[in-house]
Design a protein around this ligand. Structure first.
Ligand SMILES: COc1ccc(C[C@@]2(O)NC(=S)NC2=O)c(OC)c1
Ligand SMILES: [Zn+2]
Length: 261
């Protein structure tokens, strides 16, 4: 049977197109952001998140990332403004990280790779449900936040990392309530925006990316905690969950806009 997609040599990003043709599309993510090619767009509005901490539900290890799931059955936690029209519902957040502090992000900024990249995934309820939103160019909006290893780690990451011990192996899930992810936002609201895709299969090209310019700081110990997650299930051979990032994809003429000069 075809091996399920992953990040290993036999099922990694270079082979995803075999089962997911969209992976070879013209609007794939991630991409490199080169400041010299970015267009400052003074018409870009600021973005606003209004999240209800009560919408947080669970945190899980799906063998590919650590994901926090939110109640998106109504406009309870929403993202508005920026390049978006209308309110997009927060569905989940997850991370991508490396095997060491010098790499791990999916997007790369002027050649800089960050230790990790956090994705907050929102969908446009005008399309009825998430499955249908995936098929629309304005279906999904993802806020990307870069994690940089530094001296003054953000206490807010502690909550997510504290749960890691309960979800060490694939399939493990734990309650994760009373959490407002907007505490993870950096001070600056500056962002880049462009049209792209999910960074894993099926690689649907339905995403309006909102990449925050200012990284948040985490400690090296916090990154080590993230790397202590396993791809394997309980009682299976240890397979560390690291390097769950997709390599850069071709820009193919897309324009990246900046909300700042
Ligand atoms: C079918 O719906 C999907 C498929 C994949 C992902 C995950 C991901 O590919 N998308 C981003 S963004 N990063 C990723 O790892 C998803 O995220 C909500 C939704
Ligand atoms: Zn992601």
């Amino acid at each position: 049977a075809q091996s399920v997609w992953g990040y290993d040599s036999d099922n990694g990003p270079d082979r995803w197109h075999e089962n997911y043709p969209m992976a070879k599309g013209d609007k794939q993510s991630p991409i490199e952001i080169n400041s010299k090619d970015v267009h400052h767009d003074s018409s870009l509005a600021p973005w606003h998140a209004s999240y209800d901490p009560g919408s947080a539900k669970t945190i899980l290890n799906n063998g590919r990332t650590c994901r926090v799931v939110f109640d998106d059955s109504f406009d309870r936690s929403v993202l508005r403004g920026g390049p978006l029209t209308g309110a997009y519902r927060l569905r989940q957040l997850h991370l991508h990280w490396g095997s060491s502090d010098d790499h791990g992000s999916e997007h790369v900024i002027d050649g800089v790779k960050y230790a990790a990249e956090l994705h907050m995934v929102h969908w446009n309820p005008k399309h009825g449900n998430f499955a249908r939103a995936l098929k629309q160019p304005d279906g999904v909006a993802v806020v990307g936040i870069f994690l940089k290893v530094g001296k003054t780690p953000k206490p807010e990451m502690k909550r997510i990392l504290a749960e890691i011990d309960n979800i060490k192996t694939k399939g493990k899930e734990a309650p994760f309530q009373h959490f407002d992810p907007s505490i993870l936002f950096p001070k600056s609201r500056d962002y880049w925006t462009y049209h792209g895709s999910f960074t894993t299969p099926p690689c649907e090209e339905c995403i309006t990316w909102i990449l925050l310019r200012e990284p948040i700081e985490v400690s090296s110990d916090q990154m080590a905690k993230l790397r202590s997650l396993s791809k394997n299930g309980e009682n299976e051979p240890l397979n560390p969950l690291v390097d769950n990032w997709r390599p850069l994809q071709p820009v193919k003429g897309r324009i990246v806009k900046a909300s700042f000069k």
